[in-house]
Design a protein around this ligand. Structure first.
Ligand code: FPP
Length: 254
């Protein structure tokens, strides 16, 4: 894919995040401001998804993870949930060719069994069709909850330990990582939230331990390629210390 329009030099691109996740928030407020129905905010939000996926791929991001629907979102009005599921299905159908043409592997994480059969089937179709794509992983968190993910991981670890497959003393951070739904992804570097809310909302709680957080006031339907690149520039300006001192990190001391 042509990357000519990128705002970074080849050298600067090496300092970009490998894995970016986004809490796509503010669709409802955007619709309200425009005098539209909430679901129209989601429809415009789906357009932002298309733009941001393309922009992330062009920037050479390895993994993009989008919070599209939480476990808790099932509690929204039936009409809104139906509209969201319809938008999701449209996205999976309409973007299939673009996703494949751009070497993107698509996967869903979350309680996928709870999705309507049509969405589930299209998701599986695209997961299988894109399984060998290597240029970027696009993960859609669907009916996803981080606490639910952690509980499920603990249950599986307990079962494996009880069956003698893992000695309890082998349970460490690396092992827990392998029981998370994000096990195939690089560590999370940058977590963006749109619409100014300062919350994680049950998204990637384990994975975000050392991620850089960037909250922008831009509402998701207005969020575009330039906004994504601005957030990535904020990331580039941060010093990641991982518990060390600033001096240790800048001097590369151990
Ligand atoms: C949060 O905004 C957004 C959601 C719950 C849904 C996100 C869905 C999309 C962006 C579109 C469909 C997804 C794909 C992948 C095609 P909100 O409704 O909570 O906004 P508010 O806080 O302003 O009410």
């Amino acid at each position: 894919m042509e990357a000519a329009a990128l705002p970074w030099t080849e050298q600067e691109r090496k300092t970009l995040p490998r894995h970016v996740a986004i809490i796509m928030d503010g669709n409802g407020r955007w619709a309200e401001i425009q005098g539209k129905h909430r679901w129209e905010g989601h429809a415009y939000g789906a357009k932002s998804v298309r733009d941001v996926v393309t922009a992330a791929r062009e920037a050479g991001i390895e993994a993009l993870t989008l919070y599209a629907f939480s476990v808790q979102n099932w509690g929204r009005p039936h009409f809104e949930v139906e509209k969201l599921m319809a938008l999701l299905l449209d996205y999976l159908v309409e973007e299939q060719q673009t996703i494949l043409d751009n070497g993107i592997r698509l996967q869903g994480i979350g309680q996928i069994d709870r999705l309507p059969p049509g969405v589930r089937e299209q998701l599986r179709t695209l997961e299988e069709a894109s399984a060998e794509c290597r240029d970027m992983v696009l993960t859609l968190a669907l009916s996803y909850g981080s606490r639910e993910e952690i509980v499920a991981a603990c249950q599986q670890i307990a079962k494996d330990a009880a069956a003698g497959r893992i000695p309890p003393e082998h349970i460490d951070e690396a092992l827990l990582d392998r029981y998370m739904l994000t096990r195939d992804l690089p560590p999370l570097d940058l977590l963006i939230r749109t619409s100014g809310e300062m919350r994680l909302s049950n998204f990637l709680l384990w994975q975000a331990a050392y991620a850089e957080l960037v909250v922008t006031d831009v509402l998701w339907p207005d969020f575009d390629r330039d906004h994504l690149y601005q957030c990535m520039d904020v990331f580039r300006g941060r010093q990641r210390r991982f518990g060390k001192t600033g001096a240790q990190v800048s001097n590369q001391e151990t």
